[in-house]
Design a protein around this ligand. Structure first.
Ligand code: AMP
Ligand code: ZN
Length: 476
C-alpha cells in the first residue's frame, strides 16, 4: 500500500494527491539537458529536486519508472524555433563534430549528477536515437489534420485546438492570444502565431550538421517532438508525472501536450511538476550567458558538491532560489557541522521502534506534503538532538538519506568528532590548509587563498588572520 502523496500540479494549479493511471506505479518523465555545454548549477537545481521527488515517491512505496531524454538535436537558440541550433553552436565553439560535443557533455552531465548523488533515470534516450519515431508521429499528425506543410517545414496547427494554453489562467490566455513576444521573429509560413515546427527541411541556416531523410525531404526534427515520442515509446500512452524547470512550461510543455494529445486522442499526462529557477545577482542563471557556475567549479573552490545539494534542499522547489557564495557558505558550514555531529554519534543501544516510527512519520509528512524538503531537514536536526539511543538516530538518518542523499551516514565521509585520532587528523588537515593558503597569499594567488578559506568553512572551520598569524575556530 502506498502513502498518500500530495504534490502541486501546474496544470490544475492545485496541490493534489498523485493518482497514477496504474495503481502503485508511476510513469515519470524528465526533460533532459541540451548537451551543447556543461550543465550549470541552476539546471542541476532542477535535477536535484526531481531526484528527491523520484526517491520520495519510491519511499512512499510507488514503483517508479523514470525516463529522460538527451537533447542532441533540434533545440534552437530561441525556444520559439528561431536562431541557430544550440548543438551546432557548441560544435563551432569547440571545433568538434556535433556528436563529439554531445557525447562529451552527456558524460559531463552524468558525472555532475554522480557528484550530487542524483540517480540515473531508468531510461536515458538521446533524441538522435529516435528519429523514425518522430517521423511517424509527424506523419500521423498530418493525417489527422493537426499539422501542415509550409515553406518546406512541417508545423503543428495550434488553431485546431480549443485550448492550447493549458497552463494559463483565463486572464493570461487573453494576454497570450493578443500579445506578440518581442523575442520572436515572424515566420510567414505559420498559420497561427503560436504554431511550432515539427520537422525542418528549410530554415535560416543551411549548415545543419545532422540531417535525416523524411517524407518531407532531408531535414531534422523540431525540439518539442522528442519528449512526446520518447515518453510514449517508453512509458506508453498514459503518463503520471512530467517534470522540468519553470522555463519549460511555455512553450515546451504546452507544445508537448498539444502534439501528444492530438496524436493519442486522449488526455496524456495528469500531473506536472516544475522547479523554480536558481537566480544569481544578474537574474536567471543560463547557459547562453556563457559565464556560469558548474558543480566542478564549486568543487575546485573547495565546496563539497553535497553542500550544494543541501543548499537546494533547504528551500522549497516552487520558490526562486538566489545563489550567492555567501548563501552557499552558510549552507556548507551548516552541512559540515551536521555531518560531523552525525559522525560523532556512537552506534549504541537498541533501535527504539516507537521513536523510529514517530520521526519517520514526521519526515514523511514533510515530503509527502508537496515535497517540503526544508521541513524534512528540520526533522533530521531534531533526530540528531533527540533524547534517543545512538542506534535509533543512525537507523533514522540512514533511512532519511535514501531520499535526501546528502551523505548523512556515509562512512568515512567526515572526520568523526570526540576521538583523539580524529582530532589529530583534523588538526593536521587544518594546519596543512593554513600553510597552503599562506603560500598562495605570498604568491598573490588570492583566488586560491579564498578557495582554501571556503574549503575549511565547508568543513566547519572558520579561520581568522591575526597579528600572531592565522588562527582557527571550530564551528560546533
Ligand atoms: P537545458 O539543458 O537548457 O535544456 O535545461 C535543462 C533543465 O534545467 C530544464 O528542465 C530547465 O527548465 C532547467 N533550468 C534551466 N535554467 C534553470 C535555472 N536557472 N534554474 C533551475 N532550472 C533551470
Ligand atoms: Zn521536454
Amino acid at each position: 500500500m502506498q502513502d498518500n502523496f500530495l504534490l502541486y500540479n501546474t496544470l490544475t494549479r492545485e496541490t493534489e494527491p498523485i493518482t497514477p493511471h496504474e495503481p502503485g506505479k508511476i510513469a515519470m518523465y524528465t526533460c533532459g539537458p541540451t548537451v551543447y555545454h556543461y550543465a550549470h548549477i541552476g539546471n542541476l537545481r532542477s535535477y536535484i529536486m526531481e531526484d528527491v521527488l523520484e526517491k520520495a515517491l519510491r519511499y512512499a512505496g510507488y514503483d517508479v519508472k523514470r525516463v529522460m531524454n538527451i537533447t542532441d538535436v533540434g533545440h534552437l537558440a530561441s525556444d520559439a524555433d528561431t536562431g541557430e541550433d544550440k548543438m551546432l553552436k557548441g560544435a563551432k565553439r569547440e571545433h568538434k563534430s556535433v556528436m563529439e560535443v554531445a557525447r562529451f557533455y552527456t558524460d559531463a552531465f552524468f558525472a555532475d549528477c554522480e557528484m550530487l548523488n542524483i540517480k540515473r533515470p531508468d531510461v536515458v534516450e538521446p533524441a538522435t536515437g529516435c528519429i523514425p519515431d518522430f517521423i511517424r508521429m509527424v506523419e500521423s499528425l498530418l493525417e489527422k489534420g493537426y499539422a501542415y506543410e509550409a515553406g518546406g517545414n512541417v508545423y503543428f496547427d495550434t488553431g485546431k485546438l480549443s485550448d492550447y494554453f493549458v497552463f494559463s489562467s483565463a486572464v493570461e490566455k487573453e494576454q497570450l492570444k493578443v500579445g506578440v513576444r518581442d523575442d520572436v521573429e515572424e515566420d510567414r509560413n505559420k498559420r497561427n502565431k503560436n504554431d511550432f515546427v515539427l520537422w525542418f527541411t528549410r530554415s535560416k541556416f543551411e549548415d545543419q550538421a545532422l540531417k535525416w531523410d523524411s517524407p518531407w525531404g532531408v531535414g531534422y526534427p523540431g525540439w518539442h517532438i522528442e519528449c512526446s515520442c520518447i515518453a510514449i515509446r517508453h512509458l506508453g500512452e498514459y503518463m503520471d508525472l512530467h517534470c522540468g524547470g519553470v522555463d519549460n512550461i511555455f512553450p515546451h510543455h504546452t507544445n508537448e501536450i498539444a502534439q501528444s494529445e492530438a496524436y493519442l486522442g486522449h488526455r496524456w499526462c495528469r500531473h506536472w511538476f516544475h522547479v523554480n529557477h536558481l537566480n544569481d545577482q544578474s537574474g536567471k542563471m543560463s547557459k547562453s550567458k556563457g559565464d556560469f557556475l558548474t558543480v566542478s567549479l564549486l568543487k575546485e573552490k573547495g565546496y563539497d558538491p553535497l553542500a550544494y545539494r543541501m543548499f537546494c534542499l533547504q528551500s522549497h522547489y516552487r520558490k526562486p532560489l538566489v545563489f550567492s557564495f555567501e548563501n552557499l557558505d552558510n549552507a556548507a558550514a551548516a552541512y559540515g557541522k551536521l555531518v560531523r555531529k552525525i559522525a560523532g554519534i556512537a552506534p549504541e543501544g537498541e533501535v527504539d521502534q516507537e521513536a523510529f516510527e514517530e520521526y519517520r512519520s514526521r519526515f514523511k509528512e514533510a515530503l509527502f506534503g508537496d515535497l517540503n524538503t526544508s521541513m524534512a531537514i528540520t526533522v533530521v536536526y531534531d533526530v540528531v538532538k533527540a533524547d534517543i539511543s545512538g542506534g535509533t538516530k543512525l537507523a533514522l538518518l540512514k533511512d532519511f538519506d535514501r531520499v535526501l542523499s546528502i551523505g548523512l551516514t556515509k562512512e568515512g565521509a567526515v572526520l568523526p568528532e570526540n576521538t583523539p585520532e580524529a582530532d589529530e587528523e583534523l588538526e593536521r588537515f587544518i594546519r596543512e590548509k593554513i600553510e597552503e593558503r599562506a603560500l598562495a597569499k605570498k604568491s598573490k594567488d588570492f583566488g586560491r587563498a579564498d578557495a582554501i578559506r571556503e574549503e575549511l568553512l565547508a568543513r566547519g572551520v572558520a579561520i581568522k588572520d591575526t597579528r600572531e598569524g592565522t588562527v582557527y575556530e571550530l564551528q560546533h
